[in-house]
Ligand binder design. Structure first.
Ligand SMILES: *Cc1c(COP(=O)(O)O)cnc(C)c1O
Length: 389
């Protein structure tokens, strides 16, 4: 258990993360990938999709195959929490001091696409007398990070030639798994990936990794050396389409995965407004009858999007309390006219369960025309996170 975070007592809102829920979601993927003996690497970039990076690493240190982050900076943040491999999938600064620092503090492994990066890694490795593990990222059609042939082969040769570097394998990332039930593009990317890797490897054995949550759910063949498990570790289906496609699989059960995050606060004022009164900046809401309003101490500075003004709701005593007026920087006003006995002691749930009602990031995302990933990733890291049960 995490030590009690004192800020959790004084802060206006708190994010609770269920340890047993995280483990349950993790184990679902462990079972799913067991046949291929693939490891599961939780992806903890973006503050563990808003859940709290250190806290998630601590909760999963005992079971994870390794952890995946975007940046060296994130790797440094979790370095003190884990002895497992830390896969840096994105930004590597061309700065040997920074790279030496991360290498000396954790079992860092790098995904590279540039020769300059390889040179920086080589210098840092030589300075420390260490061998640096590297994956080359192959471009198979996402056209984000990655190298096509012959650049990929050239980079692999550059790595193999240097005794301070160790080419561990190859990775790629899918472009079109979440947004469709037609998986031909992903199938072609996978084909291309294995073909390119085989060609560069020339008979030597290397690790391969390509699967994100959606690929892990839908394509058992992408369970290679390990899977990079992001959104579904946190209990969300990558998309409606992924859910629909996975539903027909044998591995599916209705509660295979479930959200583990609960964001709660308490009202700071409860008051009445009269018929015809306006609520909030810009007078965007006018009361049609006498109303009871609860003022909650969270706002867009916390990651509660301003476009939720007059659109979303929170849960209080198991009932929906609609947001009235504009979302402010640190406050929102919600309608509790229909909820009996609301007091300052009541929990107001911004994400999570209350009584029989659930409000999840998919719901908020649909109100915003976005995806759960964005809603979660933008929860302000300054909000205290606590690990519960
Ligand atoms: C973020 C990320 C993942 C995780 O994707 P999910 O859809 O959240 O599972 C996997 N691989 C790479 C390269 C990523 O950037």
């Amino acid at each position: 258990m995490a030590a009690r975070d004192d800020r959790a007592i004084t802060a206006p809102s708190v994010i609770e993360v269920s340890r047993s829920g995280l483990l349950k979601n993790f184990r679902f993927f462990q079972r799913l990938t067991a046949r291929s003996r693939s490891h599961v690497y939780p992806v903890v970039k973006a503050n563990a999709y808003g859940h709290g990076m250190k806290l998630v690493v601590r909760a999963l240190e005992g079971v994870a195959g390794g952890f995946a982050v975007h940046s060296v900076e994130e790797a440094l943040q979790i370095a003190g929490e884990t002895r497992k491999p830390v896969l840096i999938m994105g930004h590597i600064p061309d700065d040997t001091t920074i790279v030496e620092n991360v290498l000396s503090r954790c079992d860092a492994r790098f995904v590279v696409v540039e020769e300059e990066t390889v040179q920086t890694l080589a210098k840092a490795a030589a300075a420390l007398g260490r061998v640096v593990p590297i994956y080359v990222k192959l471009e198979t059609g996402t056209n984000r990070l990655g190298l096509t042939m012959p650049g990929a082969a050239r980079l692999a040769r550059q790595i193999r030639r240097n005794d301070a570097l160790r080419l561990r394998g190859f990775s790629t990332h899918f472009a079109n798994i979440e947004d469709t039930t037609d998986h031909r593009y992903a199938e072609r990317q996978f084909e291309q990936f294995t073909t390119m890797a085989r060609e560069i490897a020339g008979g030597d054995r290397y690790e391969l990794h390509s699967a994100c949550s959606a690929a892990a759910l839908l394509f058992p063949k992408t369970h290679q050396s390990f899977i990079r498990l992001g959104i579904s570790l946190y209990g969300y289906w990558p998309s409606r389409e992924t859910f629909v496609s996975f539903k027909t699989s044998d591995a599916f059960t209705p509660k295979s995965i479930e959200p583990v995050l609960r964001w709660r606060t308490n009202p700071v004022q409860i008051k009445h407004v009269d018929e015809g009164d306006h609520i909030g900046y810009g007078l965007s809401y006018q009361a049609r009858t006498r109303m009871k309003i609860a003022v909650l101490p969270i706002g867009y500075a916390d990651g509660y999007d301003r476009r939720l003004s007059n659109t979303s709701y929170v849960l209080i005593r198991g009932k929906r309390a609609p947001v009235c007026g504009r979302v402010c920087m640190n406050l929102i006003m919600v309608d509790v006219t229909h909820i009996k006995g609301v007091s300052l002691a009541d929990d107001a749930i911004l994400l999570g369960k209350s009584g029989g009602e659930t409000l999840d990031a998919d719901r908020i995302a649909s109100l915003l025309g976005s995806i759960s990933y964005e809603v979660l990733a933008r929860l302000n890291p300054g909000i205290p996170r606590i690990l519960v049960r």
